[in-house]
Design a protein around this ligand. Structure first.
Ligand SMILES: [Zn+2]
Ligand SMILES: [Zn+2]
Length: 311
């Protein structure tokens, strides 16, 4: 019996659970249209979960798992920052190698505790949010076979030494030509995809996090990126955290999502939770947006093999 056939997955109404746990105002219309379409076979994954080892998240790993179970999420993936993340002296943004080894052991024990039987309540996946730093790719390669990964996420948090998503360094945006910055950022995202090292591109347009956007129409750029991802055969994460930042919308932007869907680039789903309460955040809305774009499946991973699961 495949885990999708387990009674829990057949019976759980994810949307009902999400609605009861997340009271999101102004969603009445979305809720109604979703209700009609929500099938009993819907399978949600939350593939972007942090832990206190990055020193800017709270809550024990088991608390994140418990929250995901309460939401009816079928799979949870721990996706902690990589030890080679760029950090200034005195800054702590990621676990070191030893701490990462400890996290891998913790995830293994959670897999044993929650998912060892076919009727286990959830699948716990092992991942890593690998920093894409062009001159640190040797570190990426060292980690490729170091642990039994279910999937590898590649993310950009720095351009040169500048931490583009860190609130302490926002002032740098004021000094930049934003249109040029977007070009540089997305060229780097393209390079990331084309390395072929990563299964998933993380928070693909995080450059908008603090609300800095160029005046130009970004749709041609989105179409170009979609074709790059398609050729690189990489999955794009629908990361719901951007909705809670100045950007005010998911990563990727709605018109970027549309370009990706048109190009048939596959999606997976992640909350980028840094607190157990953020697990599965805005997933009902994310699911409705994907369905509206005609995307009826997302990607789940096991030992770096893809599987499409219904939304
Ligand atoms: Zn990130
Ligand atoms: Zn993250």
């Amino acid at each position: 019996m495949s885990f999708l056939d387990r009674p829990l997955y057949r019976d759980v109404r994810f949307v009902d659970r999400l609605r009861s746990l997340h009271s999101e105002p102004n969603e009445g219309a979305v809720e109604r249209s979703r209700e009609k379409r929500s099938g009993p076979h819907a399978v949600l994954v939350d593939y972007h979960i942090h832990t206190p080892l990055c020193a800017h998240a709270e809550g024990e790993p088991a608390e994140y798992v418990e929250r995901a179970i309460a939401l009816g999420i079928a799979e949870i993936g721990f996706c902690e920052h990589s030890p080679w993340k760029i950090q200034r002296p005195g800054e702590k943004l990621a676990p070191d190698d030893e701490e990462f080894a400890q996290l891998v052991r913790t995830v293994a024990s959670l897999q044993h505790r929650y998912g060892e039987t076919p009727s286990g309540p959830i699948r716990v996946r092992l991942s890593i949010e690998m920093d894409y730093v062009p001159d640190r790719l040797d570190r990426v390669r060292d980690y490729l076979d170091k642990y039994p990964w279910d999937y590898l996420v590649g993310s950009i948090h720095h351009l040169d030494q500048w931490g583009i998503d860190h609130p302490d360094y926002v002032a740098e945006y004021e000094r930049r030509d934003i249109a040029k910055l977007y070009e540089e950022y997305f060229a780097t995202v393209g390079d990331l995809a084309e390395t072929g090292l990563f299964d998933v591109v993380g928070h693909v347009d995080v450059i908008k996090k603090f609300g800095y956007r160029p005046a130009c129409d970004l749709r041609p750029l989105y179409r170009h990126m979609a074709s790059v991802f398609r050729r690189a055969d990489v999955v794009v994460e629908l990361n719901t955290s951007g909705r809670d930042k100045e950007a005010g919308e998911f990563y990727p932007a709605p018109s970027f999502m549309a370009a990706l869907a048109a190009e048939k680039v596959p999606f997976t789903l992640g909350s980028d939770a840094h607190h157990p309460n953020e697990v599965g955040r805005h997933f009902a809305e994310a699911r409705a947006m994907l369905l509206d774009l005609g995307v009826g499946e997302i990607v789940a991973f096991e030992k770096r093999r893809r599987r499409f699961v219904p939304l």
